[in-house]
Design a protein around this ligand. Structure first.
Ligand code: SAM
Ligand code: DTB
Ligand code: SF4
Length: 353
């Protein structure tokens, strides 16, 4: 059989082969060959539900083409202001709405020097990106924001990438963050527009898209992803990925979180995410957004080593690295380094940008 007919046969037998191949042969407005911004929902559902090994084959081939160096980015995370958030995100232990049930102690904004000391430790441990999270609904101009700008400048002076997640930002605030040298702003869409209102009522999907537009307008990289395991359907997962993959350009980084069902939050009784569902989500994100970093995020500590390896195989090329996420536990750093080495992956060095 000639090679072209093998390909045709695969396309007939396996629609995902055709989708990924078509994606690769196009050049879309964001300039990255293969990065389509017109994904249709039936295509994405088709990928999420494809036979697992075929999905993995496609994701792996896209990943090898766009990330041939096999590097994994280690990003460390620090909660710089914890708890007492006025939003009602049902998954979040930091919402003031659930504080009496979660028992989470609120903490005011950390001092710049303390944050930079943590960043230095993260760098010594091998992280090249330092992400700072504040449990705010939105940024307020004033001393607290000025401190965050100083944190950003300090992290950049350590030659690390700096990312912050502070809730909603205005155009001007995004510009000031960019001037301070910020690399990326994290603001997740979390789920589909349709399921969103089951999870958050205090701000809208449109609010989130507006913040993402402000971030992009300021010339910052966009870090945007979501969570699975909150009771959503496959179609919701596909709609989330469609929203992400139709941003033009695509987010430079896409965190894929599995719900950490924190006691005291309304989602505490959700059943654990099936690890292979996470693998499917990662693989589909990789095919849809070939040039992005796909970050295996919250929920990783519930995965076996084998499941994590499958996520790397599916195209994950970044992890949160450090014993803690924001308020919940993360994997042990020595275990992570050992896993990366055993898998034959390498750690991404700091980026000069
Ligand atoms: N307040 C800011 C905001 O919402 O944009 C930044 C911090 S917020 C904690 C960052 C992200 O963490 C959320 O958008 C959500 O995707 C993720 N997250 C929070 N709690 C989680 C949980 N229990 N399980 C999984 N992901 C979670
Ligand atoms: C993201 O998507 N996940 C990270 C980061 N961006 C800020 C946060 C995960 C938080 C998990 C729950 C906690 O530790 O509080
Ligand atoms: Fe948690 Fe952020 Fe929602 Fe606040 S806005 S409750 S910190 S996810």
């Amino acid at each position: 059989m000639a090679w072209s007919s093998v390909s045709e046969t695969l396309e007939t037998l396996n629609p995902i082969h055709g989708q990924a191949a078509r994606a690769e042969s196009r050049r879309e407005p964001n300039g990255a060959a293969g990065a389509r911004s017109d994904w249709q929902i039936f295509e994405i559902v088709g990928l999420l539900q494809a036979p697992l090994l075929e999905l993995l084959d496609e994701a792996r081939s896209v990943h090898r083409r766009y990330h041939a160096d096999g590097r994994v980015q280690l990003a460390s995370l620090l909660s710089i202001k914890t708890g007492a958030c006025p939003e009602d995100c049902k998954y979040c232990p930091q919402s003031a709405h659930y504080a009496k049930d979660t028992g989470l102690e609120r903490e005011s904004l950390l001092h710049v020097d303390d944050v930079l000391a943590k960043a230095r430790l993260a760098k010594e441990a091998g992280a090249t990106r330092f992400c700072m999270g504040a449990a705010w609904r939105s940024v307020k101009d004033g001393p607290a924001f000025d401190s965050v700008l100083a944190m950003v400048r300090g992290v950049r002076a350590l030659d690390m990438e700096a990312c912050v997640t502070l809730g909603m930002v205005t155009k001007d605030q995004a510009k000031r963050l960019a001037e301070a040298g910020l690399t990326a702003y994290n603001h997740n869409l979390d789920t589909s527009p349709e399921f969103y209102r089951e999870i958050i009522t205090t701000r809208t999907y449109e609010d989130r898209l507006e913040t993402l537009a402000h971030v992009r307008h300021a010339g910052l990289q966009v870090c945007c992803g979501g969570i699975i395991g909150m009771g959503e359907t496959i179609e919701d997962r596909a709609r989330l990925l469609q929203e992400l993959a139709t941003l033009d350009p695509h987010p430079e980084s896409v965190p894929i979180n599995a719900l950490v069902p924190v006691p005291g939050t309304p989602l505490e009784d959700q059943k654990p995410v099936e690890p292979l569902d996470l693998v499917r989500m990662v693989a589909t994100a990789r095919i849809l957004m070939p040039t992005s970093f796909v970050r295996l995020s919250a929920g990783r500590s519930a995965l076996s080593r084998e499941a994590q390896i499958l996520c790397f195989l599916a195209g994950a090329n970044s992890i949160f690295y450090g014993d803690k996420l924001l308020t919940t536990a993360n994997n042990d750093v020595d275990d992570d380094l050992a896993l990366i080495e055993e898998a034959g992956l390498r750690v991404k060095p700091a980026c000069a940008s």
